[in-house]
Design a protein around this ligand. Structure first.
Ligand code: M6R
Length: 613
């Protein structure tokens, strides 16, 4: 969590820094701050609790700072509450060295104690502040050397940017475990937690790897290793994002924009990846691995967190049913601390929108250490997971800005379906089945548009149910993960409400006790192989006066006998129904949050990339 930015060059630093913070705000938004060095040797800093717009207001009205070198930060609190004194940038005793940091310094307590013993005075409760003091304790006029020496004492994860009044014409950046990218401009350099913050400024970037440090001046830079100080040569990469992708383009919220982008996202995820006449899929990213090795895999472990984990659960059903390979799905935060049994015939498949989720990365690294083949389904190009997996498939969903993940889920399910055909066709899947899945996949964007066209009905249903404070979401088989997703999204963006997602068959084992006229239930009940079972669950809820909102397949009029409200989806292959059933649930959560007056793009307490444990 947290976003960091930096600028050095010919222009006023605050312009880029504010723009970058706004684009990085999804990473944390409880407070923000900036330090700028001016050419006359002076240094100014400003910090503010709240969102970037509050910082901007403060900079306009109370505290103007100017100059050509600067660093900035948007915070998601880990150590110490959101308050001005805990807001970055943090500084040393003399207010000479300023630092912004994303990550967690695990040994900060012992370092703080020994720094305090030698006379350092701390102002904040953060782990970050110790870095500024540690650099101070090593500083003799050369910032690069001081940062290098300081990093040798630090344990944990960090992406940092540091400036000093006494060595003013440079920014020092370093990374271990948290992302950091340097943008190369014309007589200027940019620093950011991710490349989306650079869009509109430069398309040339250098991704810093772990244990690397960058020394950036106005017209040159160099990268050195933080283990031995040796210089490292790194190539620039080109990023291809356009500005519209990171603007709301007429929508009130990114969340709504991204839900409505779903059909285009699925188009992009399948583009060039289907060979219709052969019922095959072509996943270029997987062609780099030895195909025999892939054929010999006898088990897949899917690892992911949150919404990506629900996509993984859908993938499990698909891969087992159609590719005939055993699959387990694991939450990153659990997998990393287990003693997983892995051999060279195991493939781990990590699914992540950001490619930076700390628990997923740690699990991936653990699985790789144990000899697993590592595969990824990742949206963010150049992210840590994209770089650390042996091979992978990009989602091509475009930047997802809203904290709540929606369009990425659509793409993850789509890519998992493509992967099912890819693996299945090299095993037992017939041409006919391969063709059936790929033909149906191609129709999905059109069907998604039909569901999106019912958005006004869904808004009306959300308003009707806005007085309830508890919801149960039930689904079976492919739509069990979607029940969990619907509940997660409601909790996330309409957080006055508590919601639970359950497998329909589990209702009788406990949750049914809660059902009465004040407890609405969402039934995700398309006409599929488990529809009759869902019908029985609906009867059970109705018999206890529970309210029912059903998602059903067009043409199913009977369901109106039991459901108070019905949202219809068009017919498709059972394994692809989650792409359609998720849409009304995403819209319902969004409209509910908007009804409550919440900023649904940035719900309280959350951050987009969960880069801490
Ligand atoms: O970037 P990732 O896909 O790895 O993120 C995983 C979760 O943090 C994410 O899906 C989270 O649960 C979302 N806020 C859900 O909307």
């Amino acid at each position: 969590m947290c976003g960091i930015a930096g600028y050095i060059g010919k222009n006023q630093a605050n312009e880029f820094l504010l723009s970058a913070l706004k684009k990085l705000e999804y990473r944390g938004y409880d407070s923000a701050g900036m330090t700028i060095l001016d050419s006359d040797g002076s240094l100014g800093y400003v910090r503010s609790v709240g969102k970037i717009c509050d910082l901007e207001k403060k900079m306009r009205n109370e505290k103007k700072i100017t100059g050509f070198v600067g660093i900035a930060h948007t915070r998601w609190a880990t150590h110490g509450c959101p308050s001005e004194k805990n807001t970055h940038p943090h500084h040393d005793c003399k207010k000479d060295i300023f630092i912004v940091h994303n990550g967690i310094i695990e040994n900060y307590k012992s370092l703080k104690k020994s720094l305090e013993k030698s006379g350092h005075k701390f102002e904040s409760e953060t782990d970050t502040e110790i870095i500024a003091h540690l650099i101070e304790s090593h500083f003799d006029g050369n910032l690069q050397q001081a940062v290098f020496n300081c990093l040798r004492h630090i344990e944990g994860a960090y992406a940092i940017a540091v400036v000093s009044k006494s060595d003013p014409d440079k920014i020092i950046v370093a990374k271990k475990g948290s992302p950091l990218v340097i943008g190369v401009g014309d007589g200027e350099y940019f620093v950011a937690s991710d490349a989306s913050a650079l869009v509109g400024y430069t398309d040339r970037v250098i991704y810093l790897d772990d244990d690397e440090m960058g020394i950036i001046e106005k017209d040159k830079y160099k990268i050195v290793s933080t283990t031995n100080n040796n210089q490292i040569h790194k190539e620039h990469c080109k990023i291809d994002s356009n500005v519209c992708e990171i603007q709301k383009c007429g929508h009130e919220f990114f969340l709504l924009k991204e839900i409505f982008e779903g059909p285009e996202v699925v188009e992009n995820s399948i583009r060039g990846r289907i060979i219709s006449e052969k019922g095959l899929t072509k996943l270029g990213g997987l062609e780099v691995i030895d195909q025999d090795k892939l054929r010999n895999i006898n088990r897949i472990i899917i690892i992911a967190c949150g919404t990506a984990n629900y996509a993984g659960m859908i993938g499990e059903y698909m891969l087992e049913e159609y590719a005939g390979i055993p699959v387990e799905v694991e939450i990153g935060s659990e997998f990393r601390y287990r003693k997983p049994i892995i051999d060279e015939k195991t493939a781990v498949l990590v699914v992540s929108q950001s490619g930076e989720t700390a628990d997923t990365i740690a699990s991936l690294q653990e699985a790789k250490r144990k000899g697993a083949l590592s595969l990824g389904i990742v949206n963010t190009v150049g992210s840590t997971i994209a770089r650390e997996t042996d091979a992978g498939v990009y989602n091509h969903a475009g930047p997802e800005i809203s904290v709540a993940s929606t369009k990425a889920l659509m793409s993850q399910i789509t890519v998992l379906a493509l992967l099912t055909v890819y693996i299945g066709r090299s095993r037992e899947m017939s041409l006919v089945t391969g063709k059936r899945i790929t033909d149906e996949l191609k129709k999905i964007p059109k069907l998604m548009n039909q569901v999106l066209d019912t958005n006004e009905d869904i808004k009306r249903i959300a308003q009707k149910y806005s007085k309830y404070r508890n919801f149960l979401y039930l689904g079976r088989k492919y739509n069990y993960p979607i029940a969990c997703e619907g509940a997660l999204k409601l909790k996330e963006v309409a957080y006055k409400i508590h919601a639970e997602g359950y497998a329909g068959g589990e209702m009788k084992h406990g949750p049914i006790a809660m059902i009465d006229e004040n407890f609405p239930c969402f039934f995700i009940a398309p006409s599929d192989s488990v529809y009759e079972k869902m019908w029985s669950n609906m009867e059970e809820v109705k018999a206890r006066n529970g309210k029912i909102i059903a998602i059903a397949t067009e043409g199913n009029e009977d369901i109106k006998d039991l459901a108070d409200d019905v949202i219809y989806i068009p017919k498709t292959l059972e394994m692809l129904t989650p792409i359609l059933t998720a849409i009304p649930l995403h819209l319902f959560a969004a409209y509910m949050g908007i009804e409550f007056g919440f900023d649904v793009d940035k719900p309280r307490n959350l951050a987009k990339s969960v880069t801490v444990e």
